[in-house]
Design a protein around this ligand. Structure first.
Ligand code: ATP
Ligand code: BTN
Length: 239
């Protein structure tokens, strides 16, 4: 029998409060092995992409995984997104990926993934998943939490355990069979077939999302012309 070595979650550092688990993870990256996870009960300065703030009160899962892949791979964001989708399914919640870094359930955002890295050194895979935490009034139109589907609070430890299990699994699949991971991303990306608006620097593109390519980019059909959109500082809305 082949023994599979666990990577994600071999060490878990639990904090009561931190500014951002991604920042904390960066500060210890050289002292800890790959797969170390930093999880905090609450973040005082949780961040989304483009420096947007990420609301992180007690009751949610706010964590960062320290990865040391041989080279920076933009597809690492999908390891986080797929692991969240699988974790939600374990608790009976159907969800899908809003390419590239969000997970949506019941028409609202339930989780976000933020990858940050230094070429040749590390990638921090940050995952924020709303579990039992209250959603602030101003986000209620667009955001939701697991408890809104289950009606009862979930054991956070159990959700964490499932999430780490799936993160570890998808990280392995990315390293060994990336095409299998990308096939699953395609299957889970709910914006495919829909009209989307992508803002890329100063460029605004409106077209139909037709595919996620093996390199992780999104293929848009703009009036019959195909255009690839790379994962980066893009903003996407769907209709
Ligand atoms: P895009 O990047 O395509 O514009 P987005 O609006 O989801 O999509 P992100 O940078 O991915 O933007 O996510 C950050 C946004 O998520 C914040 O601006 C805020 O609106 C929202 N947000 C903040 N905290 C939470 C939370 N706990 N749950 C859900 N959404 C949140
Ligand atoms: C997004 O949707 O833009 C990504 C949100 C990522 C939030 C997580 S919570 C844990 C980690 N620490 C942070 O400051 N951000 C990520």
């Amino acid at each position: 029998m082949v023994k599979i070595e666990q990577v994600v979650g071999i060490r878990v550092i639990t904090l009561d409060e931190v500014d951002s688990t991604n920042e904390y993870a960066k500060s210890i990256v050289r002292e800890v092995p790959e797969g170390t996870v930093v999880v905090a009960k609450r973040q005082t300065a949780g961040r989304g992409r483009k420096g947007r703030s990420w609301t992180s009160p007690e009751g949610g899962l706010w964590l960062s995984v320290i990865l040391k892949p041989p080279k920076v791979d933009p597809r690492l964001v999908f390891v986080g997104a797929l692991a969240v989708v699988d974790t939600l399914a374990d608790f009976g919640i159907a969800s899908g990926i809003k390419w590239p870094n969000d997970v949506w359930a019941g028409g609202k955002k339930i989780a976000g993934v933020l990858t940050e890295g230094k070429v040749g050194e590390y990638t921090i895979l940050g995952v924020g998943l709303n579990v039992n935490n209250p959603i602030p009034e101003e986000l209620r139109e667009t955001a939701t939490a697991m408890v809104n589907f289950t009606g009862v609070k979930l054991p956070l430890e159990r959700v964490l355990e499932r999430l780490l299990f799936h993160l570890d699994g998808w990280y392995r699949v990315l390293k060994e069979r990336p095409e299998i991971m990308m096939a699953k991303v395609r299957e889970r990306t709910f914006i495919l077939g829909r009209v989307v608006r992508v803002v890329e620097d100063d460029d605004v593109l409106i077209g139909r999302a037709v595919d996620v390519l093996d390199d992780g980019s999104l293929l848009l059909d703009i009036g019959g012309q195909l255009r690839r959109v790379l994962y980066g500082d893009v903003s996407l809305r769907f209709f």
